[in-house]
Structure formats: structure tokens, C-alpha cells
Ligand binder design. Sequence first.
Ligand SMILES: C[S@@+](CC[C@H](N)C(=O)[O-])C[C@H]1O[C@@H](n2cnc3c(N)ncnc32)[C@H](O)[C@@H]1O
Length: 223
Amino acid sequence: MTDPSPTPVAVAPDPSVDELAAATIVFGAHLGLARGFVRHLSTSGIERGLLGPREVPRLWGRHVLNCAVVADLMDPGATVVDVGSGAGLPGLAIAIARPDLELHLVEPLERRVTWLNEVVGDLSLPNVTVHRARAEQVVGQVSGDYVTARAVSALSTLAGWTIPLARPGGEVLAIKGRSAGEEIEKARKIIRKLGGGPAEVLVAGAEVLAEPTTVVRIPVRIP
Ligand SMILES: C[S@@+](CC[C@H](N)C(=O)[O-])C[C@H]1O[C@@H](n2cnc3c(N)ncnc32)[C@H](O)[C@@H]1O
């Protein structure tokens, strides 16, 4: 009897022609590391449930490139705290695109932290530190010029987890979707109470991506 369901073989997806053109600009000399990151996401990342298998064809466009372009909003040499990194998004994508930045990934789930440390070790990324913690637990221990987050929580909750990790004069850069403006409205009071200035919606990657990234930027006041 023949086996009707051969075991699927996990392979790292190649970027499409457009994605490769964008990735060459976004990652430059570090494109090989970005390929390595995509390989980890599409193999062990999927096997261990950090991403769903349906995401594999969208890894370059919707995930890695979409996240990496947020680095365009950051000054050289800055420190970045990524809250709720999960599968390293956006934290590892930014760290690969911009080796001049120092990244702190804050993630509470052990399984995810183990995977993140494996990827950081395998790709030999010297600019990344992984912290196993909830954001609220590292206030006063970890801080950054920028605090990033994607798909972690609604802005009214996320503000309380991110603003306290930003240095005075720093910024929260939250990747959001079409609801960005509405979320800002709902979070306006709490942002002000936490020391955040007026939030705005920005677009990152418009020159290189067909679907650029929507980012909510919250400046953090100097007391
Ligand atoms: C839906 S996942 C998104 C992961 C990743 N940012 C992405 O875009 O693929 C949300 C992540 O936030 C983490 N998380 C939830 N609450 C958190 C908190 N208070 N502090 C830090 N991370 C948190 C979860 O463990 C999970 O890994």
C-alpha cells in the first residue's frame, strides 16, 4: 500500500522578485542573515508553534520586511526594547537590518525565549539580548530610546507596558493596522497620564514595500 500523505518537508521560502528587491535595499550586506532568520521561522518556528504554517508564504513580505522597515524611523546607535517579541518580530528583523542598534527583546514565554536565544546564537547576532519577563517586570532594569511592539495588545494596554520602558525624550513605535487612529483616540488619556506626548500615525517602508507598515509613534516627555 502506498502512503497517501508523505511527510511535508519544511523549506525556507525564497522571496518573490519584488520582495528580493526590497530585501536587498532593507538588509543590504546582511541579506544572508535575513535569509537565515526566515529559515528558522519556516522550520523550527513553525514546528514549535511560534507562527502558523499558513504564514510561510508571507514570511518575507508580511512579517520580516514589514517589521524591518521600522528601523528607518530610528537614529544611529540607539537602544531599542522590543516588547512581546514572540518569533523575533519586529526585534530580530530590526537587529539584522541595523547592526548599529542595540536590541533588548522582552518576552515572557519560556518556549519562545528558548527559540529566540537559539536563533540569536545560530546567526551570531552580537547586538541582541533576550530577557525572559513581562514588560511590567523590567521597568527600571531595561530601557530604550525606542520601544517597539507588534500584535501584543490594544494601544490602551500597550501604552502601560511600553511608555515606562522608554527613556525621557524617547519614543514608542507600535506597529498597528488600519485601526491605528481609533486606537490612539481610545488610549489618549492613558498615554497622557503615563507621560506620553501626542501620538501620531506614520508609514514606514513606502519606498520599498507594496504594503508599507503603519506605525503609531508616541513621544515620551522629558520630565
Ligand atoms: C501575538 S504574539 C506577537 C509576537 C510578535 N510580536 C509578532 O508580531 O509576531 C504576542 C506576544 O506578546 C507576549 N506578551 C504578552 N503579554 C506581554 C507582556 N506583558 N510583556 C511582554 N510580552 C508580552 C506574548 O508572550 C507573545 O509572545
